[in-house]
Design a protein around this ligand. Structure first.
Ligand code: 8YV
Length: 323
């Protein structure tokens, strides 16, 4: 039997991934190494596979990839892969995989939950009850989801799952994206500011990375207006955070719901101080069920690659080519 292939894991990952890789491959843990540089030098010339994630893992840059001339696959955890330079991987013939589909419904659930929390002030009302204030008087009346139109920024798989839910809630949906989609009946805007002017809710669910950095800027927030609500379940980088803080402070928009931030897990104190924002610690996909499915898909991508069948879910920038 040939030796098991080595897989370099760049940072801590869920037990299902660690155990799954450890069973089928020779797992090497970069973050546990006393001398990560020496480990890279040792593995670099022959390593064919890596496992990575965002957050605590260092970003995978072209410079880093140059240290692994034989690398074939980076199996990444999460549908978003802005922590991996996929274009740099593509030019080096390396395939990157992500974990789409298995988290679509979960993230869409979270987005709707967050929207309802923001518009109906449910976390604030709960805090009010716990503080014993209900005994003094009723919680003040809130804004409503009724009579709102929602604009989705990024009508991909998760965006469509959010749109389906909004339809069930009786909320009209429009969308902004790089191109009009032939298979949907929702109104399309090629101009984000024009869409922001026409809607009362913006839901951001577009990939992160340089192409969408600060897409939601002061101009978009200004167009959204004083009754406007911003929901972000994508990446913190898509929203100009200082501009958002200013809009919330000056009430040039009504409120925001954020599951993602520019410098996670650090959340600006200015946001935490505000009452018209609901803040979640990046829990969009974070149920036991969904995280297990995502973890298993990381492992399954590596297993399928090792069996010579090609990875299951390569990202569009790096389609699999049999070698
Ligand atoms: C994960 C996510 O929390 O899938 C994504 O893109 O944002 C989340 O589901 C994240 O990827 C963890 O690294």
């Amino acid at each position: 039997m040939p030796d098991k292939a080595e897989v370099l894991m760049l940072g801590p990952m869920a037990p299902i991934i660690v155990e799954g890789i450890d069973k089928a491959f020779k797992l090497r843990k970069l973050w546990e190494s006393k001398n990560p540089d020496a480990l890279i030098d040792e593995l670099g010339p022959s390593l064919r596979a890596m496992a990575a994630a965002g957050g605590a893992h260092a970003p995978v840059t072209g410079e880093f990839l140059d240290r692994f001339p034989k690398l074939e696959i980076i199996a990444s955890f999460g549908v978003g892969y802005d922590h991996v330079d996929a274009k740099a991987a593509a030019t080096r013939g390396i395939v990157v995989t992500n974990t789409p589909d298995v988290l679509t419904e979960e993230v869409a659930d979270t987005a709707l939950g967050l929207l309802l929390c923001v518009v109906r002030e449910l976390p604030q009302a709960e805090r009010y009850l716990r503080a014993g204030k209900w005994l003094e008087k009723n919680y003040p009346l809130t804004a409503t989801l009724r009579d709102r139109t929602a604009g989705i920024v990024g009508l991909g798989r998760i965006g469509k799952a959010i749109a389906r839910r909004l339809e069930a809630f009786g909320v009209p949906v429009v969308y902004y994206g790089r191109r009009r989609q032939a298979d949907v009946a929702y109104r399309y805007y090629a101009d984000l500011v024009a869409m922001a002017r026409d809607v009362d809710v913006i839901i951001v669910v577009t990939p992160g990375g340089p192409e969408t950095k600060n897409l939601i800027d002061a101009k978009v927030l200004g167009a959204l207006g004083p009754n406007g609500v911003l929901i972000n379940v994508a990446r913190g980088s898509v929203v100009d955070e200082p501009a958002l803080i200013e809009a919330l402070q000056k009430k040039t928009i009504l409120a925001a719901g954020l599951d993602v931030f520019v410098d996670e897990p650090r959340v600006p104190a200015a946001l935490i101080a505000l009452d018209n924002v609901v803040l979640l610690p990046h829990v969009g996909s974070a149920s036991v069920h969904t995280r297990r499915a995502m973890g298993q898909l990381v492992v399954d991508n590596l297993l399928s690659w090792a069996a010579g069948k090609g990875p299951l879910t390569p990202v569009p920038e790096t389609p699999w080519r049999r070698r």
